[in-house]
Ligand binder design. Structure first.
Ligand code: FES
Ligand SMILES: [Fe+2]
Length: 372
């Protein structure tokens, strides 16, 4: 059983916000890429984004880029987006389909969907060359709840151990069965940590999200994960049959086998370092967070529904999508204002409130990870 605590009951020990250099310094940013984004499990895409053999998506963080595809046996595979000949980046598009293997645009070396090198023009005269010695470098990949996660580390912590607190936590939401209605991409001029810190507290909800606070009281939050890489809990949806939407009503069928209390809750979890998972009675929203520089972050946001909802005449995915697209924009705006402020010479770390205890826990996880 989970123990739920109010944000204000989780100690912050007088924590202050991070120093300005953590949001601006290329040195700190490089350290975060090396110790966090190139070592931890990252949510890359839905398994359905590579539904057919040969479908692919590309994800890039800092210097590292990964091609995720599905091989001839139907297994998801991930490879460094780096040709074994002279290192050229293989795929430029962020998604597509390989008709006849993965071909390098430079000298046309070609790799099968399992990464093996199957074509290397005019290499037969090269001493000691054997195609079997030059497969693509694999990247660890794991499936969880309908998403594919990748890890750039050569010897990553096994996914099942890293994600142990989450493994069967959300089964009642039937996440692998849910179907996407829409994905929106955002380019935010703010450091990736500001996005997480913002997601982790509702202290800002009254001034920033007037529509949201009409649906969920800001002080209704209780958290069952409040230390370590996974943080979050729920807020109460006041209206019976309500949800987070423009109309305030649920816009689709329940997503899973939800007990009555879950029909009046929205659960928010930040999944370190790049996923924000928001579970509503009638849909699930998932953000992925991709740092581009110390002061820029690319964010994807996807809305997933019970597949049976799509056949309902009253189904209106846009009721939920428009609500969160508006709320996202409000959040990104204050994050961008924060980025401007913390970049100033006048900024010094400020005192976190008791309501921001999960933002403090997030900062602690960053500090621990970078100090490793
Ligand atoms: S660099 Fe890829 S084939 Fe030459
Ligand atoms: Fe917000």
């Amino acid at each position: 059983m989970s123990t739920f605590l109010r944000a204000t009951d989780i100690p912050t020990h007088g924590a202050r916000t991070l120093p300005g250099s953590w949001y601006t310094s290329p040195v700190t940013y490089a350290l975060e890429l090396d110790r966090i984004f190139h070592r931890r499990w990252l949510c890359a895409c839905r398994a359905s984004d590579v539904a057919q053999r040969g479908d692919y998506v590309v994800r890039t963080v800092g210097t590292e880029s990964v091609v995720i595809t599905r091989d001839h046996e139907g297994a998801p595979r991930a490879f460094h987006n780096v040709c074994r000949h002279r290192g050229t980046r293989l795929c430029e598009a962020t998604q597509g389909h390989f008709d006849s293997g993965i071909q390098c645009p430079y000298h046309a070396w070609t790799y099968a969907l399992d990464g093996s090198l199957i074509g290397a023009p005019h290499m037969s005269g090269t001493d000691g060359f054997d195609k079997r010695d030059w497969p693509l470098h694999p990247i660890a990949i794991a499936a969880w709840e309908g998403w594919l996660f990748i890890n750039f580390d050569r010897e990553p912590e096994p996914f099942t151990s890293a994600f142990a607190p989450l493994i069967s936590r959300f089964e009642r939401f039937r996440l692998p069965t849910l179907m996407p209605a829409r994905r929106i991409e955002y380019d935010v001029r703010a450091n990736w940590k500001l996005i997480h810190q913002n997601y982790s507290e509702c202290y800002h909800c009254s001034p920033v999200h007037p529509a949201l606070v009409r649906l969920t009281p800001t002080n209704s939050g209780e958290n069952d994960l409040y230390e370590g890489p996974f943080l979050g809990g729920f807020m109460v949806i006041t209206q019976p049959g309500g949800s987070m939407s423009m109309s305030g009503r649920a816009c689709g069928l329940p997503v899973g086998d939800l007990p009555g209390e879950d029909m009046q809750r929205v659960y928010y979890y930040s999944i370190f370092p790049n996923m924000l998972l928001s579970l509503h009675p009638d849909y699930v929203m998932a953000h992925t967070v991709w740092p581009q520089s110390p002061h820029r972050t690319h964010i994807t946001c996807e809305w997933l529904f019970n597949p049976a909802s799509f056949a309902e005449p009253s189904f209106d995915a846009n009721d939920a999508i428009a609500f969160w697209d508006m709320t996202n924009a409000q959040d990104w705006h204050v994050c961008e204002l924060s980025q401007l402020g913390v970049s100033s010479a006048a900024y010094t770390p400020g005192p976190y409130s008791a309501r921001e205890s999960l933002s403090v826990a997030f900062d602690n996880e960053v500090r621990r990870s970078v100090a490793d």
